[in-house]
Design a protein around this ligand. Structure first.
Ligand SMILES: NC(=O)C1=CN([C@@H]2O[C@H](COP(=O)(O)OP(=O)(O)OC[C@H]3O[C@@H](n4cnc5c(N)ncnc54)[C@H](OP(=O)(O)O)[C@@H]3O)[C@@H](O)[C@H]2O)[C@@H](O)CC1
Ligand SMILES: Nc1ncnc2c1ncn2[C@@H]1O[C@H](COP(=O)(O)OP(=O)(O)O)[C@@H](O)[C@H]1O
Ligand SMILES: [K+]
Length: 472
């Protein structure tokens, strides 16, 4: 058998592969280059006949693989096309296919996977053999992406992925995303005859010595998301900072110089958010426990983020007292609550179990954030970008959520609309200043524009829900 060093393109093709993808995707990739097709005619399948390719193009050679085969030489210049398996696989690659995966992965060739990086399962890869999954530089998906495409750890297999929907999925099989239609149905107009009281008084419990910034950014985001009145509860040392950075907010100073320590009365507040930059001091842990119990007793809507979650994780008996709260963990924070997880699929499922068990709403933050309801349903948020991978971005989200809860949006409305607008503001910032230089403050800066654009879309498409019950 020829070694492939003389071929520019090496194609590993399984006879079960959709033939329409062959002509639509693989042929154009080969173009006029010399190519060899290693054709695996799998048992019980009709033999795939590619003689028409050979006839059409003298540069294409087809080699049918029935048993052992001499592996081709794959160089840096070779283009490898992986057309072995799509997302239908239920068992890890084994035997010859596993050997092909290892061969490809140990090469420096450019790899394009069609349908899926062969070997990757569509959702749960817990039982997979990760060494037997082809690592592509590019993946051309022939149907809408399954859940696995939205998990960080699968990106080395997928490479840069794009969708060419040759075999579109049924609506019910699609990964659920929050849509713009959904959020414009949620967003409510401001009433002409309204006043600051109409839009709620929120309490932000945040900040400590050295972390005034987290509090400041959450506060600014609240103020730029329509809250009526905002009070910041923060340690004494940060008083001047907040009076200057957000003069619109009132500052209620803790008796402690450097951290949150006071037992608070939440009467009169429409919502409370706790956690950004709070620190982990013992006094703060005691004060937080009191705050959680107080909100539970009074039915005050509660949002818990950052160090609020980190402290909570040390007091599992309090999980029973956070019913109805919104939690906004990043992957490391959620694992403090649900235990270490081996992969994103397990983490998502344990987060869902946590939401169901303790009747909480969770925003599992990441490149694609999941919003999870206590009934176990979830949606992915479609907005946002990698420019938001910068300190303080999450604090901004907490501020937005506080503003929305204070304005009377339900938890479910709040998590969907809040994550959507947070990502949209990030997208507008990226558009204007670029992803490298943008900071969390840029997300805040573009929040008003994001709200404006979304409101205008709502007005245009659904009359801004003028006939639904508006705020309060
Ligand atoms: N200006 C201010 O005042 C600011 C104050 N802040 C306040 O700091 C406090 C501590 O919060 P925290 O989030 O920085 O620390 P922690 O919870 O230990 O975890 C962070 C580590 O987890 C990891 N990691 C892995 N994957 C990840 C992912 N997808 N998303 C996120 N993280 C991921 C990653 O580790 P690595 O991958 O680098 O090993 C990362 O370093 C909290 O109160 C917060 O409000 C900040 O908001 C910043 C601005
Ligand atoms: N690559 C990314 N793409 C989209 N959103 C991102 C990305 N990286 C981070 N984000 C968003 O930015 C926020 C980061 O939150 P978090 O980790 O709590 O930051 P911090 O604690 O510094 O405020 C989350 O809402 C997350 O979804
Ligand atoms: K494939």
């Amino acid at each position: 058998m020829n070694t492939s060093s003389t071929y520019n393109v090496v194609i590993f093709l399984n006879s079960t592969f959709y033939t329409n993808s062959l002509d639509q995707i693989i042929e154009p990739l080969i173009s006029n280059q010399s190519a060899i097709v290693y054709l695996f005619n799998i048992h019980n399948q009709e033999k795939l006949d590619l003689t028409h390719w050979e006839k059409k193009n003298n540069n294409i050679k087809v080699e049918e693989i029935t048993s052992q085969f001499v592996p081709p030489t794959l160089t840096e210049e070779t283009l490898v096309i992986d057309a072995l398996f799509g997302f239908e696989l239920q068992h890890p690659l084994s035997g010859g296919f596993a050997a092909v995966a290892r061969l490809i992965n140990s090469s420096k060739s450019t790899v394009v996977s069609i349908g899926a990086p062969s070997g990757l399962f569509p959702e749960d890869n817990t039982t997979n053999n990760l060494n037997h999954i082809i690592k592509a530089n590019y993946t051309i998906l022939t149907e809408e992406p399954p859940l696995a495409c939205y998990f960080d750890e699968n990106q080395p297999f997928l490479g840069q992925w794009n969708i060419l929907p040759i075999n579109p999925k049924k609506e019910e099989d699609l990964v659920p995303f929050t849509s713009e239609e959904e959020v414009i149905d949620i967003i409510k107009p401001r009433r002409r005859f309204s006043h600051k009281g109409t839009y709620g008084h929120g309490l932000l419990v945040a900040g400590s010595l050295g972390m005034a910034g987290a509090c400041s950014m959450a506060a600014s985001a609240s103020l730029k998301s329509g809250i009526g009145l905002l009070t910041i509860h923060t340690p004494l040392c940060n008083r001047a900072i907040h009076q200057v950075s957000t003069p619109e907010a009132m500052v209620d100073c803790d008796t402690n110089e450097i951290c949150f320590s006071q037992l608070l009365d939440t009467t009169g507040y429409k919502a409370v958010a706790v956690g950004p930059g709070l620190g982990l001091a013992e006094e703060s842990a005691t004060a937080l426990q009191h705050l959680i119990l107080q909100c539970d007793e009074l039915g005050t809507p509660l949002i818990i983020d950052a160090d609020g979650l980190n402290i909570l994780a040390n007091y599992p008996h309090l999980y029973r007292n956070i019913k109805g709260a919104i939690l906004t963990p990043h992957p490391v924070e959620i694992e403090r609550l649900i235990g270490k997880c081996n992969n994103s699929y397990i983490r998502l499922n344990r987060a869902i179990e946590f939401a169901k068990k303790f009747e909480v709403f969770i925003i599992l933050k990441d490149a694609y954030s999941f919003v999870i309801c206590p009934d176990g349903s979830y949606q992915l948020n479609p907005t946002g970008n990698e420019g938001m991978a910068t300190g303080g971005s999450g604090d901004v989200l907490t501020g937005i959520l506080l503003a929305l809860r204070a304005q009377g949006y339900s938890q479910e409305e709040c998590i969907k609309l809040g994550t959507y607008i947070h990502g949209k503001a990030g997208d507008l910032a990226a558009l204007e200043v670029g992803k490298i230089g943008m900071t969390a403050q840029d997300i805040i800066k573009y929040l008003p524009k994001a709200w404006k654009e979304l409101s205008e879309t709502a007005l245009k498409y659904n009359g801004f829900n003028l006939f639904s019950n508006s705020t309060n």
